[in-house]
Ligand binder design. Structure first.
Ligand code: SF4
Length: 477
């Protein structure tokens, strides 16, 4: 999971992009970067390990000014955790001008395409990153097939299998494009007023992963990028859709369950609203249970807050913030290795003193991946005096890996793929355990059929033989 941002033809675009990235920091905390193009046509790129406010500080923003800028926050799903794999990438073209690109998602046929470009056309890669592959593939069509930039993006889009929400700077233009299935979120906004005729001027257009970022720069949302859409932004001209090469829509349901911020609107849904409805559905499963005044509903903060609230409102139970989260620790799931995740849990959560004594607790979480975090929290609440713990999960059981940009571990590490329901409940130290069922999302989502549930039902869009390229990658983590 990563986040992308771009702004077209606005003075101080580099600073605005840094602000956008700050708003989508939850999508990746390992590294970040920006590429800015100035009026003289030069592209400057700066990247570093760490958080946006530290890496893209005022001194850097003073040095890397431009009126067209793109940026990225990274959480590694493929490729090593180092600066070479941070984005954006600047692809140097022999006769210039160079091309800058950033992308969110995973390319399943990464190795196939990379090997082909390296062996047959002498391309040299500087990273193991999908964003660089997309850039070099587009460069291939520009250089070797002498296609226009628009045609090159269309051809690259046809070759790439997997998930990509991407932004590219080429000469004085910016392009936004997305995979045909629309796996990852991608929204279009503007810093200008939206004219009544709907014709959006390119200048001032904002491209970003999540709509929650618009507020920080004062942008208004225009719409979501369509699955398979390619848009072109050109100085003084309207924003144009170059092509729409859509396939079966496969929006990632995990974005609504966990990743996206609650104040984001994505895939035609309000994230907080979906989470509250998930909570209400979980409460429906418990209609027969006799929870009384000694019961409190608490969330594993923060991504489960709205699910717990929805549960409590539907069940007419009290919702409370019994578990405190230290906000100076990042998301544990988005830490690259287990050791860091374990440390994160210990540092991250703490129960309120004297709060749980003698209480029945409905503990709501968004998902269970390995189960290690929830087991520790459950133990923490027992030690704090909880007499019963009823765990309710806002996603179905995770039984498969994700190949489209989310770093779910291998099947061997997924608790639900290896243990029975009762074994998981016992492992977590819970009295009862319930997950929301996949079919019940049909009551929650406006377009249930447009969503990917593959890590819950193993119905992957691409056939299993497509995966070996990714699984066998020598740099896979
Ligand atoms: S497999 Fe799961 S995490 Fe990956 S895109 Fe599909 S729903 Fe999202």
């Amino acid at each position: 999971m990563c986040g992308i941002a771009g702004i077209f033809n606005v003075s101080g675009a580099e600073t605005l992009v840094a602000e956008l990235l700050f708003s989508i920091q939850h999508r990746g905390q390992e590294s970040c970067g920006l590429a800015a193009r100035n009026d003289r046509g030069n592209i400057f790129c700066y990247k570093g390990m760490g958080l946006v406010k530290n890496v893209l500080n005022e001194e850097i923003l003073q040095k890397y000014q431009g009126n067209i800028a793109i940026g990225h926050v990274r959480y590694p799903t493929a490729g090593k955790s180092d600066e070479t794999n941070s984005q954006p990438h600047v692809i140097e073209l022999p006769e210039g001008p160079h091309l800058a690109i950033c992308s969110n998602g995973d390319i399943i046929n990464y190795y196939e395409l990379r090997t082909w470009l390296e062996n047959d056309y002498g391309f040299t890669f500087k990273s193991d990153n999908d964003g660089e592959l997309i850039g070099r593939l587009i460069a291939f069509y520009l250089l070797h097939k002498k296609l226009t930039i628009e045609e090159s993006i269309i051809e690259a889009q046809k070759q790439l299998k997997g998930a990509f929400s991407s932004i590219l700077i080429y000469r004085d233009k910016m392009f936004g494009f997305r995979d045909p299935h629309g796996y990852r979120p991608y929204v279009i906004g503007t810093l200008e007023d939206i004219p009544e005729n709907g014709e959006i001027l390119s200048d001032g257009v904002v491209l970003v992963s999540e709509s929650c970022a618009f507020g920080i720069v004062g942008a208004k949302m225009i719409r979501e990028m369509l699955p398979g859409e390619i848009i072109r932004l050109e100085k003084g001209k309207p924003m144009v859709t170059v092509a729409v090469n859509s396939g079966k829509t496969q929006h990632c349901i995990f974005e609504l369950i966990y990743f996206s911020r609650p104040d984001t609107k994505v895939f035609g849904e309000k994230v907080y609203d979906v989470r509250k409805k998930i909570g209400a559905q979980l409460a429906d499963y418990d209609k027969e249970l006799a929870f009384g005044d000694d019961t409190v509903v608490i969330a594993v903060p923060d991504s489960s807050n709205f699910v717990a609230l929805g549960y409590a409102q539907k069940a007419k139970l009290s919702f409370d913030m019994g578990l405190l989260r230290n906000h100076y620790v990042g998301r544990t799931f988005t830490k690259p290795d287990q050791k860091q995740r374990d440390e994160g849990v210990r540092h991250k959560f703490n129960p309120l003193p004297d709060f749980f004594n003698g209480k029945k607790v409905v503990l709501v979480d968004d998902s269970i991946v390995r189960g290690t975090t929830l087991r520790k929290i459950s133990r923490m609440l027992r030690n704090a005096g909880a007499k019963e713990i009823h765990i309710r999960i806002g996603s179905p059981k995770v039984i498969g890996s994700c190949y489209y940009g989310i770093d779910t571990p291998t099947k061997q590490e997924l608790i639900a793929a290896n243990k029975s329901h009762d074994e998981i409940c016992e492992y977590l130290g819970a009295d009862t355990l319930k997950h929301i069922e996949i079919d019940d999302f049909g009551k929650i989502l406006h377009n249930f059929d447009d969503f990917c549930f593959a890590c819950f039902n193993l119905k992957y869009q691409y056939k299993p033989e497509d995966y070996h390229q990714k699984v066998n990658r020598p740099d896979a983590e």
